[in-house]
Write a protein that binds this ligand. Sequence first.
Ligand code: PLP
Length: 399
Amino acid sequence: MKTMNSYMEEAEEVILHTYNRFPVVFERGDGVYLEDTQGKKYLDFAAGIAVFALGYHYPGYDAALKNQIDKIIHTSNLYYNVPMGEAAKKLAACSGMDKVFFTNSGTEAIEGAIKAARKYAYTKDGCTDHEIIAMNHSFHGRSIGALSVTGNPHYQEAFKPLMGGVKFADFNDLESVKAQITGKTCAIIMETVQGEGGIYPADKDFLEGVKAICEEKDILLILDEIQCGMGRTGKMFAWQDYGVKPDIMTCAKALGCGVPVGAFILNEKTAGNSLVPGDHGTTYGGNPFACAAVSKVFDIFENDHIIDHVNEIAPYLEEKLDQLVEKYDFLDTRRGKGMMQGLVVKGHPVGDIVKKSLKNGLIVISAGSDVLRLVPPLVIEREHVDEMIGKLETVLEEV
Ligand SMILES: Cc1ncc(COP(=O)(O)O)c(C=O)c1O
C-alpha cells in the first residue's frame, strides 16, 4: 500500500506551497467521520472549514448529484438551466431576499457584492470615488478585492496596492464605524459572526446601530454569511437572529455542502439599481451541477429539520465546552453561536492542540492567533459531542 508520506511528497513536488498542510491524506468520508489512506478514522469537527453541514454522504445528496451528472453538468450563462432557477428560488425564500447571483466560491461572492455596492452608488450620483467600510480582524477572501476588505494587515502587506476606498473600523464598536463614515461611503461590510478572526459574534446593539446608520444615509449593509450562514448559528442565516436584514448577503461553503458554489444575494432596492447585463459574469456561476447540489441542500434542510437539530444539540455542545473551560486554566473562555464555537487558549500554542488532536483522531482547527475553532457538521449527535470531548480531553491533559 502506498504510504501517506509518498502521497504527500508527490503532491509537494507539483502543488504550489501556499499551505502548511497537516501530514494526513484523506481518502473518504462517512457521516461525521473521515478516513485517511491508511484506514485510520477521524471524528470531524471542522467539516472542511464549515462546508460539510450535512456530513459525508447524507441520504439523498449523492443521488441528486449523480442524477444531475446523468442529465447535464454545464451549459453556460448564455442559456437558462433548470437547477439554477430552483436553487435561486429556495435561497431567496430562505433569506427573504430577492435576487441571486451564483458564484464559484465565497471570495467571488464578495467580489460581486463589492461591485454591486459600487454600482448602486454610481447609479445614484455618477461618482467613481465611493468608499467601503470594513472591519478589523475580518476575513472575506484572498483575491485583490476581497483582500482589500479583509482587516488583516499581515495578509495584505505584500500585495499592495490593493483596491482603494476602503476604511477599517472596529467590529462591535459603533463609534468607530461612525468615525469612518463620509459622504462617499457606499457600503459597510462585515461577517455577522467573525470566523477566521477568532469567532466573534456581532453584538445586537452594534448590528442594529450599523443598520440604522445605513438606512439613514442610504449606505448598503453587506453581511458576509459565508462561514456563519446555512444554519450554523441556529438560524438559516445568522442575521435572522438579530432582526437586521442586509441589503446584500454573501453565502458559500455549506451552500453546496461540498460542491464549490457561492452566491451574493441582493434585496430589491439594490438589485433594481445596480448590476445590469454586461456588468458582471462568470462562466461557471449557476452551473446546473452546483445548483443541483444547492437545491438538494435546501430540500434536506427543510425536510429533515436540520436547523431544529442544531438548536437541539448546540446547547449540549456549549455546556460540554463550558465544562472544559472551567476545568482547564489555559482555556480562557468559550465564544460562539450554535455550531460555530471557539475556545480561547492562553499560554499554549493552539496549533499544538490542533496537531495533537489530529494524531488522536479528532479534527479541529484554529481561528485567529489563540482560538480553537469547532465548526462540526450540523448533523452531529450528543454521542459525537461526547466523543469529541473525550478525545480533546486526552490532548488537553497532555498539554
Ligand atoms: C467569512 C468568510 N468570507 C469569505 C471567505 C472566502 O471564501 P472562499 O474560501 O470560498 O473563497 C471565507 C473563507 O474562509 C470566510 O470564512
